[in-house]
Design a binder for this molecule. Sequence first.
Ligand SMILES: C[S@@+](CC[C@H](N)C(=O)[O-])C[C@H]1O[C@@H](n2cnc3c(N)ncnc32)[C@H](O)[C@@H]1O
Length: 326
Amino acid sequence: MESRGAAHERHVPVLRDRIVDLLAPALEAPGSVLVDGTLGMGGHTEAFLERCPEATVIGIDRDEEALALAGERLARFGDRFRAVHAVYDEIADVVADAGLREVQGVLFDLGVSSLQLDEADRGFAYAQDAPLDMRMDQGSGITAAEVLNTYAPGDLIRVLRDFGEERFAKRIVSAIVREREVEPFTRSARLVDLLRDAVPAASQRTGGHPAKRTFQALRIEVNDELGAWQRAVVGAIDVLAVGGRIAVLSYHSLEDRITKRALVAGATSTTPPGMPVELPEHAAYLRLLTRGAEEPPADEQSTNPRSASARLRVAERTRSTQGARR
Ligand SMILES: C[S@@+](CC[C@H](N)C(=O)[O-])C[C@H]1O[C@@H](n2cnc3c(N)ncnc32)[C@H](O)[C@@H]1O
């Protein structure tokens, strides 16, 4: 039997070649540095290390297991690759700790890795019964079971609505509250059964798996994904050198909205209307390199169904803002 690591090495990262094509021009000079803010299994990083011989990569992940496996996979690149256990909103500290003031590239491939989804015992997948954990960093934070068992009903409704865009949040939460009084939730199968009963059959026929939105919502809450992403995208733009490029792959509209807002804001002049000339401090500091959000081509979506929801946005830093507030 082949090892789990080998199986994951065969998994082709989403839009790999397109992302390398878009970021490589910023990584040609000797000493250039890419931060891969979501190292995962190191698939994108490996492609960069192969295609950009002058560049080194700092890979960040909050998941120790991912760091260990990617570290093994990338060992052949020696000191051109360094792995850092951190959350990606600490990007400014990670760059400073590496003795750098700025970097030439930043990549984020948001969400859960195939390793995390495939490992039944981490509780991310609704298809397998598992402990309701869902923490990407298993060393800290609260689990999905704790969210279900301890949150006030109003907070649970907010989580399901805001992070899962779940229309039946109220109905689902009434059922959860009823059930948790009988016995606290510990495993995913019981929650999946509850969702099958609570989500109306007509909606299950058109809206996908009845557990999809609730599982997404719990995962986002457990890992503070949107808060962390908002801080990270701002921090990443801050550490980009002029001419440096940032690429972001988002997998749901909530993440993509945050990405779009940050990149479009940077690419828009803030000169007040009616000013005869643009003051330099009002000029845009980013240039968008993708038109809107790019989707993976149809053939990639059919060979890798997880890529179907991916949206790519890429931008280049056009001027320094020297720590000015943005
Ligand atoms: C989709 S995977 C990345 C896959 C990677 N591009 C590859 O080619 O193998 C996303 C990774 O980001 C990590 N991650 C998610 N949120 C994070 C955060 N806030 N800080 C650091 N890493 C995070 C996850 O642990 C996961 O390993």
